[in-house]
Design a protein. Structure first.
Length: 306
């Protein structure tokens, strides 16, 4: 990239490699609002999540999809490898314009996160309608320090967490992010965590959870990479709907992908999120294709999910 403010690099590095040791510390909550009550929408931050066994749904086994069109829902591995979402075409462009994000303004930061989440709500709700699949929006909780979630202690090094137990996206605004905000990176983080909600609602995580409970360590790491790289790809699909806007310029996106190529794996002690070049490859694929079907890591050659 030709010209990127050094503040962006600082916030990205701090966000991904910071080793926050707050295990279960209760944080000051800035917002706790249902995401369906908000108004609209770095290479930002590290993203973490803890899958939980999905609750039983009416009319079927735990986590089983209930298709509105009366068709039979995928089961077993097909939940992940043959999701109806993969056949829905390009992600709906909801004309997301979350506005400016001035440094040092907590209210603006909070408002930006809420607007981005609202954009994601509208885009993915439309996509699930195309697939004739039921969909409910996640909750959004904005915090200033790590908290204990229903899924367990806060993941070390994470600035965002999705918990499937309460279907909540937890986003943390730290001092460094507040001082040096990188709007593209922050949006990318929210979209990544939202990608895990998409996996939860579509049944993909039902397969993931069932498979990992009987898997050895090597297989668990592979399954985790499938999940994380898909969420990163789905994030890039959403980012592609804002291509060539002030939020997602060509230079900033290229810088973001290159940063992940070089540094994306450094914040994780095990290879559970994928190597840096692999993360960059799925980001590039999702952004170029703009479709959920481009993000089928579960049916991909294992050599592309390393």
């Amino acid at each position: 990239m030709t010209s990127v403010p050094t503040g962006k690099l600082a916030v990205i590095v701090a966000a991904v490699v910071a080793l926050s040791l707050a295990l279960g510390a209760l944080g000051a909550v800035l917002a706790d609002v249902p995401a369906d009550q908000v108004t609209r929408t770095p290479a930002g931050s590290a993203a973490g999540e803890r899958p939980a066994s999905p609750p039983p749904q009416p009319g079927g086994k735990a986590g089983q999809d209930s298709r509105r069109d009366g068709g039979s829902a995928p089961q077993g591995a097909a939940l992940a490898t043959a999701s109806p979402l993969y056949r829905t075409g390009r992600l709906t462009d909801v004309n997301c314009r979350p506005g400016r994000l001035p440094a040092g303004d907590m209210a603006s930061y909070r408002r930006f996160l809420i607007r981005v989440t609202s954009c994601l709500n509208r885009a993915w709700a439309a996509q699930f309608r195309k697939a004739a699949m039921p969909f409910t929006k996640p909750r959004l909780r904005i915090i200033t320090r790590p908290v204990q979630t229903p899924c367990g202690a806060w993941n070390r090094g994470a600035d965002g967490v999705y918990c499937s137990t309460d279907r909540t996206i937890y986003l943390m605004i730290g001092k460094e992010q507040l001082r040096n905000p990188f709007p593209l990176g922050i949006t990318r983080l929210v979209a990544h965590e939202y990608g895990h909600h998409v996996q939860q609602m579509s049944g993909i995580w039902q397969y993931y959870w069932a498979a990992r409970t009987i898997a050895g360590m090597t297989r668990r790491l592979q399954l985790s990479r499938n999940s994380e790289l898909q969420a990163e790809c789905l994030s890039a699909v959403f980012m592609s709907t804002m291509k060539d806007t002030p939020l997602v310029t060509g230079d900033d996106w290229a810088y973001t992908v290159d940063w992940f190529r070089k540094n994306g794996a450094k914040g994780w002690p095990q290879n559970d999120h994928g190597r840096g070049p692999t993360q960059a490859a799925w980001m590039t694929r999702g952004f170029a294709k703009g479709t959920p079907g481009a993000c089928n890591t579960w049916a991909a050659d294992p050599r592309n999910v390393t």
